[in-house]
Write a protein that binds this ligand. Sequence first.
Ligand SMILES: [Zn+2]
Length: 184
Amino acid sequence: MSGSHHTRYCVGSRGVGYGWSMRCHVCEATDTRVVDSRGAESGEAIRRRRECATCGSRFTTFERVEDAPLVVIKRDGKRTPFSTDKLVRGMASAATGRPIESETFAEIASSIEEQVKASGGQVTSDFIGLAVLDHLRRLDEVAALRFASVYKDFNSVSDFEQELTLIKHETAPDSASEVEISLN
Ligand SMILES: [Zn+2]
C-alpha cells in the first residue's frame, strides 16, 4: 500500500445531524484532516484520528455507514418517518371483513418499503397512497376503495376519481356497491 489512500465513507447522506463528526470539538471549524484511520471492532465502523486545520486540536471520530431513515413528505411539506406498521394498520383497517390474509399486508408494506428505498429514501405521501392502492386494487377492490376514501393524505377528489376509474375498469360493475364512500 502506498501513500495516503483514504476510503471515503458516505455517512448518513440522507440523514441529518451527522455533520458534527467532522467538526472540530474545540473551535468548531469544519476543516479537519484525517491523521490516522483504522477499522473499529464491527468492521463497518471506522475509527479516525483527526486534526483541526484551524486550532490544531486532535480528536477521534467513529464513522459508520448507517441506513438513513426513510422519509414520507406530506402535502403540507411536513416530513414523517416511513413506517411499515402504519401502512399495515391502514390496509388492515380498510380491509376489515374482507378475505385477505393478514400476512399479505406485511408483504405489501415491505414491498412498498423497497420501492421507497429504490426511489432514494424520500417519497411523497401520494406516492405511498398510490403504491398501496396499486397493490390493494389487484387483491380486493372493496378494500382499495375504502383505503382511497379514508387515507388522510389522499384526499384530492381528482386523484380519488382517477382511482375509481381504474378500479371500475378492472372489476365487475356491481362489486363496489356495498362500500360507503365518504370524501371528508
Ligand atoms: Zn479547532
